[in-house]
Design a protein around this ligand. Structure first.
Ligand code: KG4
Ligand code: ZN
Length: 335
């Protein structure tokens, strides 16, 4: 079964062709990061206009690399939300147009579920029940999955997502946008115990997260210790901040796995590309005798192969196809 995946929820325009849910035939991702960099974050109007300009050439490229045309495609999988409504609408309109012109069924996919299904591309041995952490620029969510395409939403962030915290702290440090990869790189030369940033584990949060206090604490630290004026080391700040985020993500995910009595964990989303998170989560999973499945870094960040994978499993699970009345839902619920 060949599935055409389409992703345009934020600042990547992506189209992929995936066979039987797990074999990538083509996977084209065009990042708009250069367009948004000077504003220090994604500008929605610029994002949707850029998707409009690039989506059709990218669709053609994905088909060319897969050496097929639309007549070979069995189903379309497109992200319905969450995301920027103007951006989502570009991908959805392309999907609906293909559905209309080629009579190909269309499956609506939740962007967060797509992140989880990126893991199934790289790890076909995944078994249920499991706990999944989706940790990205817009989301920090924990799910319990008793079986394919069935989600119990265990926790969310009260405020900033983990990736957002990386990006905001990085902006203050002058590291550009998005700052996650740069903090990851600099942290390798820093001391993670140099600065004691807070870990919001508080009992009252349960499996929910809160990263804005950590971000504020980094802001205050930098006000007191301006970079360049004293012996404050940029690498130490990056390493200490990253350690605080990673500690929280690892502890809550392992706690959820223990409480739900699962044997395996999926970690996915852009921040799952973070090398320290990958290392620490691996150690913690080993310690608790849990299997750990993380997609390769390229599949952690936004792409359309993960959308096609999620669409494939939804079809297998008997989800209904979407009609022409399917609309973009900016705050689509994760559950
Ligand atoms: O999943 P994604 O591509 O888009 C959303 O759905 O949000 O995630 C993007 C986020 C950004 O905040 C970026 O800074 C973060 O993922 N990110 C990282 C790394 N690579 C990407 N954060 C920390 N370390 C990384 N290596
Ligand atoms: Zn994403």
């Amino acid at each position: 079964m060949l599935i055409l995946g389409i992703e345009s929820s934020c600042d990547e325009t992506a189209v992929a062709v995936v066979k039987d849910g797990t074999t990538i035939i083509s996977n084209i991702v065009l990042s708009q990061v250069d367009l948004h960099q000077k504003y220090g974050g994604v500008v929605p109007e610029i994002a949707s206009r850029a998707h409009l300009n690039t989506v059709l050439p990218i669709l053609q490229e994905a088909l060319d690399i897969a050496q097929c045309d639309l007549r070979d495609i069995d189903a379309i999988a497109v992200v319905q939300g969450p995301g920027l409504v103007g951006s989502l609408l570009i991908g959805i309109t392309v999907a609906k147009s293909i559905r209309l012109t080629h009579s190909i069924p269309m499956m609506a996919v939740n962007h967060l579920h797509a992140h989880i299904y990126a893991s199934f591309i790289d790890h076909q041995e995944i078994s249920f029940p499991l706990v999944a952490l989706v940790v990205s620029g817009g989301h920090t969510d924990l799910f319990y999955m008793p079986k394919h395409c069935t989600y119990e939403w265990l926790g969310k962030t009260y405020d900033d997502a983990a990736g957002e915290a990386f990006d905001k702290v990085g902006k203050i440090l002058g590291l550009g946008y998005p700052a996650g990869p740069e903090i990851d790189r600099l942290a390798k030369q820093g001391n993670p115990n140099a600065i004691k940033f807070p870990r919001p584990y508080l009992e009252e949060y349960g499996f929910d997260f809160s990263f804005s206090g950590l971000k504020t604490s980094a802001v205050y630290y930098l006000k007191k210790h301006p970079l360049g004026l004293e012996a404050v080391n940029l690498e130490d700040i990056c390493a200490s901040f990253q350690q605080a985020v990673v500690d929280v993500l690892v502890k809550k995910t392992i706690d959820a796995a223990i409480q739900k009595k699962v044997q395996g964990i999926i970690v996915s989303g852009g921040v799952a590309a973070n090398s320290h998170l990958r290392n620490q989560m691996t150690k913690a999973a080993q310690k608790h005798n849990l299997s750990l499945w993380i997609p390769s870094p390229k599949l952690c960040t936004d792409n359309a192969a993960m959308v096609a994978a999620a669409g494939y499993y939804q079809i297998q699970a008997g989800y209904p196809y979407a009609g022409y009345d399917m609309n973009a839902v900016a705050n689509l619920a994760p559950g």
